[in-house]
Design a protein around this ligand. Structure first.
Ligand code: GDP
Ligand code: MN
Length: 377
């Protein structure tokens, strides 16, 4: 679960990482009120889960109450890379001298935490990685011994900070590592980490992504994100024992087993289609689950066809077929459903599906081709 900048900064404050003064606003009135508390300029920042808000027009400076009101008015409601801005963060603008990049993430291949840093901050780190990979430092941290000075020193040296600023940056990086561990984060990132004209080191931006599987022991963070989290179809599906991930394509998948779900997406791609989702309904053929899975697909306006792929082991295919028919009869499904059922009692299942509008296919390849063909029409 990604946190908004204002939420991540609230956590930063608790761990003594300096962030600009400011708070979140839902309306231009509130934004103007917050901005009027600062002498000089305010910066107004869209709170949406996209990178590069600055370049896309979601971060703007303003001076005075009226301008803050107008600027917040243009940012609130703005469409930023497909997401509508509902919240802004209003902060006292800082006088930037230099912008750096620091983050902690998990390197799964190395089974370690990686500290990533660069003196080319403020721009998309993916761009920096492409254009000047030599300017990105990575140091790997053994989870048993933790973060040490030697991990940080090369960055501090490159950044050309004086003794005082070095001490500030070092403290920030160590506290950031502490946050990374204690919040079960997959990623904590400061971009830019700013050196101000009066030699203060400040986190001007904050990004955090928390491991969803750890949410049960992160009560405080859960409370922060509760409303947004519970509105996500992925989360709702999880509550019902389904594992769902929305994707960009138009072939909806309903599959039993994670491995078969992955294979189903692969085979759709192989035959030139695009999966709309990953969906593992688990081992059982419970009609309620099937019905809920179908509702998930119906909630995705991109879905043009459903690909139902079940391997019956202990699960009997005739049970699944009956479950499927009863689920469909209760819902008004407005797209064709291609069904591949194989394994225990597959021929009985075929008989059951014969009279229905469901399209039965014997093989996975046949079903994939059929589904791709149906969306291509
Ligand atoms: P992002 O584009 O979504 O990563 O948003 P950031 O919070 O990183 O802001 C983008 C850029 O806006 C930063 O790299 C800064 O150059 C600039 N910026 C953000 N806050 C301030 C501020 O308080 N003062 C000044 N002068 N520039 C700022
Ligand atoms: Mn940033």
């Amino acid at each position: 679960m990604k946190l908004h900048e204002f939420q991540a900064k609230a956590i930063f404050r608790k761990y003594s990482i300096p962030v600009p003064e400011g708070s979140m606003a839902l309306t231009p009135e509130k934004a103007a009120e917050i901005a009027s508390g600062f002498p000089g300029k305010a910066v107004i920042k869209a709170q949406v889960h996209v990178g590069g808000r600055g370049k896309a027009g979601g971060v703007k400076l303003s001076s005075g109450k009226e301008e803050a009101f107008a600027t917040a008015g243009t940012i609130l409601g703005m469409d930023l890379k497909g997401l509508i801005v509902k919240k802004v963060l209003v902060e006292k603008a800082i006088d930037i001298d230099k912008e750096y990049y620091v983050s902690f993430a998990i390197d799964r291949a190395k089974h370690m935490t990686v500290f990533i840093s660069s003196i080319m901050g403020g721009v998309d780190i993916e761009d920096v990685a492409k254009k000047s990979p030599e300017s990105i430092n990575k140091s790997y941290i053994d989870p048993f011994t933790g973060l040490k000075d030697f991990h940080i020193r090369p960055f501090l040296k490159q950044a050309g900070l004086d003794k005082d600023a070095c001490a500030q940056a070092s403290k920030i990086i160590k506290n950031l590592y502490k946050i990374f561990l204690e919040t079960d984060a997959n990623l904590v990132e400061i971009n830019p980490l700013v050196l101000t004209k009066d030699n203060k080191v400040i986190a001007a931006d904050a990004k955090m992504d928390i491991d969803d599987n750890a949410m049960y022991r992160q009560q405080e963070i859960y409370d922060m994100v509760k409303d947004e989290l519970e509105a996500q179809p992925e989360h709702q599906a999880k509550q019902k024992g389904l594992s769902y991930i929305k994707m960009e394509g138009n072939i909806g998948c309903i599959v039993n087993g994670a491995g078969l779900s992955m294979a189903t997406m692969d085979i759709i791609k192989l035959y030139g289609g695009e999966p709309a989702n990953f969906l593992d309904i688990g081992g059982s053929s419970n009609p309620e689950k099937v019905k809920y899975a179908m509702q998930l697909l119906m909630g995705d306006e991109n879905v043009k066809v459903a690909f139902f792929n079940i391997f019956g082991g202990i699960t009997r295919c005739d049970d699944v077929a009956r479950g499927l028919i009863s689920a469909i009869s209760e819902l008004k499904v407005n797209f064709p459903i291609v069904v591949r059922l194989t394994g225990t009692n597959a021929s009985e299942a075929k008989e059951i599906l014969k009279g229905s509008e469901l399209i039965f296919e014997e093989t996975m390849i046949g079903a994939a081709k059929k589904a791709v063909g149906l969306v291509a029409r």
